[in-house]
Design a protein around this ligand. Structure first.
Ligand code: ADP
Ligand code: AMP
Length: 206
């Protein structure tokens, strides 16, 4: 099963990816997590993308596509993958179609007016990739999943959120039509509880 999770920043892709990955035993590949790991480890890639990422703009397509291509060549992706945050624009989708075209694309559709609250209250774990909200976990400093440090992502502030939403509307949202035309798009209502969103996804995936 080759799956893509599509949706605005804060729509719940990372949250649902963790559940889907567990249930269907698929590697969860988040380009945002991969970039953050490179920044944390101060790799040459991390140094190249650090400043653009902090502005909320997209990292260059060639670097991003190469990162995903390399990751999908790893052994755990042999029987499928779950991509979260990739592709993010049409050139990336076209590139992906050339080396590992998806079977199903799940769009988690949310009211964009609500995502700022979700993003500014997000607490992230850089170790396990876990994503939580202060509304649910309170102001704790340790990851409820792995016990490591929780952080507020540098790009999770109201100014960058605005920028990221514009990037989403201009560059990423055209992918909805792209995959609709390929007959691969499934739309899920993301404006409901985490459990209900997941249960709707399971109904689609079977
Ligand atoms: P994305 O990966 O799409 O950017 P996340 O999965 O990190 O989004 O979710 C963004 C924030 O919203 C997190 O703080 C998460 O806990 C919270 N969240 C995710 N899904 C829901 C939901 N269905 N209802 C309320 N909050 C949610
Ligand atoms: P995310 O963790 O998905 O919210 O992504 C955080 C940031 O990482 C984005 O705002 C971009 O700067 C960068 N990024 C993540 N995925 C991609 C991608 N597919 N293409 C370009 N930039 C990306």
């Amino acid at each position: 099963m080759k799956l893509i999770l599509l949706g605005a920043p804060g729509s719940g892709k990372g949250t649902q990816a963790a559940y889907i990955s567990d249930k269907y035993d698929l590697p969860h590949i988040s380009t945002g997590d991969l970039f953050r790991e490179n920044i944390k480890n101060e790799t040459p890639l991390g140094k190249k993308i650090k400043s653009v990422m902090s502005t909320g703009q997209l990292c260059p397509d060639d670097l991003t596509v190469e990162l995903v291509k390399d990751r999908l060549e790893e052994a755990d992706c042999k029987s499928g993958y779950l991509l979260d945050g990739f592709p993010r624009d049409i050139p990336q989708a076209v590139a992906l179609d050339e080396f590992a075209s998806p079977d199903v694309v799940i769009e988690i559709k949310v009211d964009l007016a609500k995502v700022e609250h979700r993003i500014t209250g997000r607490r992230s774990c850089l170790s396990c990739g876990g994503s939580f909200h202060v509304d649910f976990i309170g102001n704790v400093s340790k990851c409820p999943k792995c016990g490591d440090e929780l952080v507020i992502r540098k790009d999770d502030n109201p100014i960058t959120v605005k920028e990221r939403l514009e990037v989403y509307e201009n560059q990423t949202a055209p992918l909805i039509d792209y995959y609709k035309k390929q007959g691969k798009l499934v739309v899920i209502n993301g404006d409901q509880s985490i459990e209900n969103v997941f249960s709707d996804i399971v109904k689609v995936l079977g």
